[in-house]
Ligand binder design. Structure first.
Ligand code: NAD
Length: 247
């Protein structure tokens, strides 16, 4: 068991990549804080994971764009488990549009959730992690934060910013034995990518060396590596899980 009795807080774990990360961590002995934008969705996922893995889990409603909500998440996690060993900043949204058409609100919302949300959660967790003098923070960025993408100025800016946050916090937190890394997924099958038609997916997959989209558990297994003791000399790293789409 690679995460026995570790407490892991995973934002946006009610579904998709966050849920797969929660399941892999649970299978390795972690106790979980599951979050969703609604308490109902978080509770449903938490109870399904508890039933499947016989682990401890609590559900918390979270809006990462609000610092107060992230502080309440940290408090609820500490009230339940007394410590936070792992924070995974996974919550994210898209509001795609070309630059000349994008609304100010679409820019603001994506930056508030994807970029400020990561800052808010890291700020909220930093004090208890500093006191513990250990911790792992894993941020979920994206290949488009590395290479850009047409129609995603807001999303790619937010994901590029997460890479900068990862490197800054890796440097700032290293003296407290807190390691900060990121995963940059390529195209992964979730509700975020199910808007593509079969034909669009075929065309997109044709330029990926592995010729397919990834699955949520491809990301989750990489996440396990970056939060367990196997990676104890790795910090500030951006791990690509993209089928070779960007090297
Ligand atoms: N699916 C992909 O192809 C892909 C590729 C690269 C990166 N990513 C990133 O992976 C992460 C997970 O995405 P996914 O594909 O599983 O998407 P998803 O839409 O299935 O899940 C997103 C999660 O974020 C939560 N969320 C949304 N707004 C929130 C808010 N304001 N506060 C708190 N939680 C909020 C949702 O409740 C949900 O649990 C995101 O950061 C996304 O940008 C996804």
């Amino acid at each position: 068991m690679k995460l026995k009795d570790k407490t892991a807080v995973i934002t946006g774990s009610s579904r998709g990549i966050g849920r797969a990360i929660a399941e892999v961590f649970a299978s390795e002995g972690a106790q979980l804080v599951i979050t969703g934008t609604s308490i109902k969705s978080a509770q449903k996922t938490a109870s399904e994971i508890v039933a499947k893995y016989n682990c401890k889990a609590v559900a918390v409603a979270l809006d990462v764009s609000k610092l107060g909500s992230c502080e309440a998440l940290v408090k609820a996690s500490l009230d339940n488990f007394s410590k936070i060993d792992i924070l995974v900043n996974n919550a994210g949204i898209t509001k795609d549009s070309l630059v000349f058409k994008i609304k100010e609100s679409e820019w603001d919302e994506v930056i508030a959730v994807n970029l400020k949300g990561v800052f808010n959660c890291i700020k909220a967790v930093s004090k208890p992690m500093f006191r513990q003098r250990h911790g792992r923070i894993l941020n979920i960025t994206s290949v488009v934060g590395q290479i850009g993408n047409v129609g995603q100025i807001n999303y790619s800016a937010s994901k590029g910013g997460i890479i900068a946050i990862t490197k800054t916090c890796a440097k700032e937190f290293a003296s407290r034995n807190i390691l900060v890394n990121a995963i940059a997924p390529g195209f992964i099958h979730t509700s975020m990518t199910d808007k593509f038609t079969e034909e669009q997916e075929r065309v997109m997959a044709s330029v990926i060396p592995l010729k397919r989209f990834g699955e949520t558990f491809d990301v989750a297994k990489a996440a396990l590596f970056l939060v367990c003791d196997d990676s104890s000399y790795i910090t500030g790293h951006i791990l690509s899980v993209n089928g070779g789409m960007y090297m």
